[in-house]
Design a protein around this ligand. Sequence first.
Ligand code: ATP
Length: 356
Amino acid sequence: RRGTAGAAIPMALGFDGVTQRFGAVTALDNVSLRVAPGEIVALLGHSGCGKTTLLRLAAGVERPSSGRVLLEGRDVSSPAHFVEPEARGVGLVFQDYALFPHLSVRENVRFGLRGYGNAEADATALRAIARVGLADLAEAYPHMLSGGEQQRVALARAVAPRPGVLLMDEPFSNLDRRLRDAVRDETMALLQEIGATSIIVTHDPEDAMRVADRIVLMQQGRIVQTGTAEELYRRPASLFAARFFCDLTEIETVVRDGEVDTPLGRFPAPALPNGAAVLAIRPQAVRLVPKGFCLPARVVTRRFLGEVDHIELAVDGIDKLLMARLPTRRDSVVEGEDVGIDITMDEVLVFPVGDT
Ligand code: ATP
């Protein structure tokens, strides 16, 4: 699907049993991952889980304690085969963009083109600047630009030399919400167009879901699940993974003979052994029905959020409030109201206890 004229030749990127220690801290613990040529992967995880470290290893600014980084199947990280960052054909976009304040937009982008002849560097820089829609600002300095424009300069600088691999560390996190959506869509379009193999580091599941072909979910230096956004959302491998993509009401329960029996009803858990478990209910699992039907509940809080009402419900026998999210209506429920609720099975998950 990629590969227009003048585009990069995407490279395959791999990590083979990579471990990275900093003193007593194990930042990466035996990480293996293959990224196909032209694939866009999001590394998703909480702060400190090792995302940036993995990116730095791919760029070659860090050397692994053990394991190997592979470019086009070739070891580039072992001492005997180490390839310096400049020689890897890898572009980098940093979270703070790292633009040189004393250089203009054109000069910033040209900086990535050392090794080109003067005229060629200028022409290539201006093409990259035009491509991100900043032709009119080529002579401006970074302090004159908005956050979104600075991000685009950083992107232009990274893609101008046509890297086979593009690495981006939290590229949208310095942007306010409205700008963020626009810049994210633009970046996505550019990535598709240039065709580079891309890794985007983010802690925001929405970034990951919008931009990536595949999401790699990390936890404490390990990869815990990889798959498309839909696979991770529908079949989270653990409670940790489920929490990442959705607010949950979590209720302690017990599995007996492939099901759990709770005050909210019986739910199947065919894959789990007998024992303690957590019933995780997504807010959209809960529907309101006329009082007297299904399960009785009382509305404790209702928060109007525009398109949806965020509602918390008290249910007899449950020591937590049940979260629900319902399309707003003029005749919506009010706090203190008694209602009936119905729970949709396929938005409910059961995990073994300790599976976080
Ligand atoms: P963030 O989103 O906050 O940047 P991250 O997922 O990118 O987090 P890393 O920056 O890769 O995480 O860090 C992983 C762990 O390794 C952290 O505990 C961090 O403190 C530690 N670490 C990273 N680099 C170094 C270093 N140069 N020296 C010591 N510890 C480090």
